[in-house]
Structure formats: structure tokens, C-alpha cells
Ligand binder design. Structure first.
Ligand code: RP5
Length: 164
């Protein structure tokens, strides 16, 4: 199976990416993790993106906050699918990173998940890899079934809980 690249702009983004890694592990998807910054280490970010396909990656997840250019900078140097996670910062609550990540110019796409959406970034990666991997597609179906069953169980108990 192809690897997922988990790239963060700073190790201060790590709590979000821990959720990403846990979700990938639960599906048996291999990943590799790095700190590369579009602003502080642009050469390393570029080198990673340029060699990602030949290094066995299938999807790259990029998490960054503030003026979040990491996903776009990586996407500029690869045609692998790039998923951007805008990370919340103190000043603007993540709206800054959301807009910087999602508003890519035509020609260089970044699939942007919610602010701090580490789990969905992992699941979207899995769904991309599952296009050519039936075993992984079955695991994703099973997860959806389990998640739905958990909500149905909550529905069954909610009338009693509201009166507690
Ligand atoms: C971004 O700036 C990082 O992705 C992080 O979300 C934010 C702050 O970085 P630090 O100053 O905490 O390293 O590049």
C-alpha cells in the first residue's frame, strides 16, 4: 500500500496530527511524519514534495496554522493528492488558516478539511487509497457501520438521559 505523508508546519500542530496518525493506524495505513514549513524550511518542503511519488507516497496531508501556505506549497510541487488541515491559532481561531488553505488558485488543488480536522484528513486519505484497494474499502465500510451503530445506540438512550 502507498504511504500517507503527514506534514506539519510546526511541532505545535502535533496534537491535531496525533489524531490523524491514530486514525491511519486503526485502518492499517502506513505513514511517515515530518515538520516542514513553507516559510521556515521552504527548500525541505519542496524537496519532499518533488520526490514524494517516487518515495512511495500516495497522499500527502499538510497541517498548518496562521498564514497557512504549506499545503499549497507542497501541492505546487507534486501531482499527488494533497489534503490541507487548517490549524486553529489564538489570534483568528483558524479562520486565517482556513482561508489560506482552501482558496487555492485554479490549477493547483488542495482538498481542505475542517479547522483542526485531523481525523477527516486521515479518512479522506484512506478513501483515496481505497479507490484501488478493496480490503481498505471494506475496512472503511465497516467503520461507517460501527459509527452509525454508535449513533443509533445513543438515539435509543437519549429520551432517558434528557431527564437525568
Ligand atoms: C504555522 O504557524 C504552523 O503550522 C503553526 O500552526 C503556526 C505557529 O507555529 P509556531 O510558532 O508554534 O512554531 O506555520
Amino acid at each position: 500500500m502507498k504511504k500517507v505523508g503527514i506534514i506539519m508546519g510546526s511541532d505545535s500542530d502535533l496534537p491535531i496530527l496525533k489524531k490523524t496518525a491514530a486514525a491511519l493506524r486503526s485502518l492499517g495505513i502506513p505513514y511517515e511524519t515530518h515538520v516542514y514549513s513553507a516559510h521556515r524550511t521552504p527548500a525541505e518542503a519542496r524537496d519532499f514534495a518533488l520526490s514524494a511519488r517516487e518515495n512511495g507516497f500516495g497522499v500527502i496531508i499538510c497541517a498548518a496554522g496562521m498564514a497557512a501556505h504549506l499545503a499549497g506549497a507542497i501541492a505546487a510541487n507534486t501531482t499527488l493528492p494533497v489534503i490541507g488541515i487548517p490549524c486553529k491559532s489564538n489570534a483568528l481561531d483558524g479562520i486565517d488558516a482556513l482561508l489560506a488553505t482552501v482558496m487555492m488558485p485554479s490549477g493547483i488543488p488542495v482538498a481542505t478539511v475542517a479547522i483542526d480536522g485531523g481525523v477527516n484528513a486521515a479518512l479522506l486519505s484512506a478513501q483515496i487509497l481505497a479507490v484501488e484497494d478493496e480490503d481498505l474499502a471494506k475496512k472503511l465500510d465497516e467503520k461507517r457501520r460501527k459509527d452509525a451503530a454508535a449513533v443509533i445506540e445513543k438515539d435509543a438512550g437519549i429520551s432517558a438521559r434528557i431527564e437525568e
